[in-house]
Design a protein around this ligand. Structure first.
Ligand SMILES: C[S@@+](CC[C@H](N)C(=O)[O-])C[C@H]1O[C@@H](n2cnc3c(N)ncnc32)[C@H](O)[C@@H]1O
Length: 240
């Protein structure tokens, strides 16, 4: 895949196998080549596009959406506060549109991410995103995580579902000692119930991230911002 960025910063992902028709002319498929990466392509009407290689954040931004997908700032908290890396054993539930799972799978490759989901229509969207963006190390299990966890010795279990407190007992048996259980919820009431269920087996912190972008032309914050998305509790298993 290739990423084209126009003069206004708008991004377009293309496979490179066919011409791209824009409002300002055509970019022919023969221009989408490895040799042209880093160059500026021009339509026959003179509109300019930077051609670069896309990364996982571009795929997450362009992935098809079903239920609410996690934002990069929240994905970053999950990886940044749990230290997962290539080879980590990670389970996610529920998979939803598969946006967080693409991010996690990209980090832990060549290990395979397991993602539980209960709705086939959402699993189908996530599978479609994996296929489109070449994510080969994520597998979806149609399973209700409230009924139990099959995997053992996990480094991370990442939850984004309505009743995370119902997973705590199962997580104790499935995590490594020192492994992490994270829960993302839009309402603090959900985090409170989750934290209450953790008991004395886990150390935990609850936080939210508020992203304030700055307009560096006028050197002040933009008036619009991504403010509240969700609260994240990061819990670390101390004992079973
Ligand atoms: C908000 S979405 C997750 C979005 C995902 N984090 C993303 O970035 O695309 C929540 C998902 O949890 C699934 N879900 C709800 N309860 C579940 C359960 N008990 N076990 C597994 N999945 C569940 C829902 O069907 C839904 O797809």
């Amino acid at each position: 895949m290739y990423l084209l960025i126009d003069e206004k910063g708008r991004k377009y992902l293309v496979k490179g196998d066919k011409d791209m028709h824009t409002n300002y002319g055509v970019l022919t498929a023969d221009k989408f080549t490895e040799e042209n990466l880093g160059k500026i392509l021009e339509t026959h009407q003179g509109r300019k596009y930077n051609l670069i290689r896309p990364n996982i954040l571009d795929y997450m931004a362009k992935g098809k959406r079903g239920p609410q997908a996690m934002t990069p700032k929240d994905c970053a908290v999950i990886s940044g506060f749990t230290g997962i890396h290539s080879g980590s054993r990670v389970l996610e539930a529920g998979v939803g549109s598969g946006i967080l799972s693409m991010y996690l799978a990209n980090l832990i490759a060549p290990a395979t991410l397991t993602a539980y989901e209960i709705r086939e229509d959402f699993a189908e969207i996530a599978r479609g995103n994996y296929k489109k963006f070449g994510i080969e190390n994520a597998e979806i299990k149609m399973k209700d995580i409230y009924t139990g966890i099959d995997e053992k010795e996990l480094d991370l279990i990442s939850l984004d579902l309505p009743e995370p407190w119902l997973v705590v007992e199962h997580a104790k048996g499935a995590l490594k000692i020192g492994g992490y259980l994270t829960s993302y919820s839009p309402s603090i009431e959900q985090n409170k119930k989750f934290v209450d269920a953790l008991g004395d087996s886990f150390m935990h912190d609850t936080l939210e991230t508020i992203q304030r972008d700055w307009d560096m032309e006028v050197v002040r914050p933009f008036s619009r911002m991504i403010a509240h998305t969700g609260f994240i509790t990061v819990a670390r298993l101390m004992k079973r």
